[in-house]
Design a protein around this ligand. Structure first.
Ligand code: NCD
Length: 304
């Protein structure tokens, strides 16, 4: 039985197969409409979510399966003090596969160790968010036709942004990837990513503060929200929240075939005037999130 805790749980070959399956689902949805009949997905979300939870549910429903779950810690027995280990043992009796989001780093991993059904990490604190990364990779590959030889700009809250951590981990396995890490001093990527992931693997990267300077060199710009819920004080959040705002004027510095991605939710970091630019790919990205989660459910249930 397999779980998904980090994008590295899949080899590059397995990842390619999964993205191929997602593209096939996109092109032939009818073929998969009954693939999960009789199967149940549990969504155990101890932290707020719109896209991740609903795209998991949409994915399972599109496959002909059913869904159950909870969408906040308050509405689960966590409010009574139940551990994730106990919760998952019980959920294992009710469902065939589980997607779990938790504010504590490592909670889905702990759950997976006691689970008798596949567990998918749907975001654990500021740590990892592997299914967002699958979504990002499918989006990049579908739009650019490749995952190698590109300059990727990651902008915003690189410290607490778990989507950024997972995406860096996944992309370094492709040749010719270079990162420009754009953030204020206080929100730079964690040391363990800089040292153990980037430096250790000799991945070219720069850390800069100005988005404008980086813009002309980028093939992908991955914008992120400043993660308010992970700040220790509101003053720091207020000072940093509008540090970057992508406007039409800033985008005019970019290549014509650069794409803007964002895991969403957006707060202020992308001006709505950018939404109509053909390079704005973030809503398309949300659609790809459903296809890739369908492919993941099929793969982990060994129905692919
Ligand atoms: C991201 C997350 O939850 O980490 N959102 C998502 O899953 N689409 C990004 C964020 O909340 O800023």
């Amino acid at each position: 039985m397999r779980h998904l805790m980090s994008p590295l749980d899949l080899s590059v070959k397995e990842l390619d197969d999964l993205l191929d399956l997602a593209n096939d689902i996109e092109n032939n949805p009818k073929k998969y409409a009954h693939a999960c009949e009789g199967k149940k997905l549990a969504t155990c979300f101890y932290e707020p979510s719109t896209r991740t939870r609903l795209s998991f549910e949409a994915a399972m429903l599109n496959l002909g399966g059913s869904v159950l779950g909870f969408s906040s810690a308050d509405s689960s027995s966590a409010a009574k003090g139940e551990s994730v280990s106990d919760t998952i043992r019980v959920i294992s009796c009710y469902a065939d596969i589980c997607a779990m989001r938790h504010p504590k780093e490592g909670a889905p991993l702990v759950a997976s160790q006691k689970s008798t059904i596949p567990v998918i990490n749907a975001g654990d604190g500021g740590h990892q968010h592997p299914t967002q990364t699958l979504t990002d990779l499918l989006t990049i590959r579908s739009l650019k036709g490749k995952l190698d030889h590109m300059t990727i700009g990651l902008c915003g809250d690189l410290k607490f942004g778990r989507t950024v951590h997972s995406l860096i981990n996944a992309l370094i396995r492709y040749p010719g990837i270079r990162f420009i890490l754009i953030s204020p001093e206080e929100l730079r990527i964690p040391d363990y990513i800089r040292e153990d992931v980037l430096r250790k693997n000799n991945i070219p990267f720069e850390e800069v503060e100005r988005l404008d300077d980086a813009m002309p060199n980028l093939d992908i710009l991955y914008m992120t929200r400043v993660q308010r819920e992970r700040f220790f004080n509101e003053e720091d959040y207020i000072r940093l929240k509008d540090y970057y705002v992508l406007t039409k004027q800033k985008l005019s510095l970019a290549k014509d075939d650069m794409y803007v991605l964002h895991p969403l939710p957006r707060v202020n970091e992308i001006s709505v005037e950018v939404d109509d630019d053909p390079r704005a790919a973030y809503f398309k990205q949300a659609q790809y999130g459903v296809y890739v989660r369908m492919a993941l459910i099929l793969t982990l249930l060994e129905l692919a």
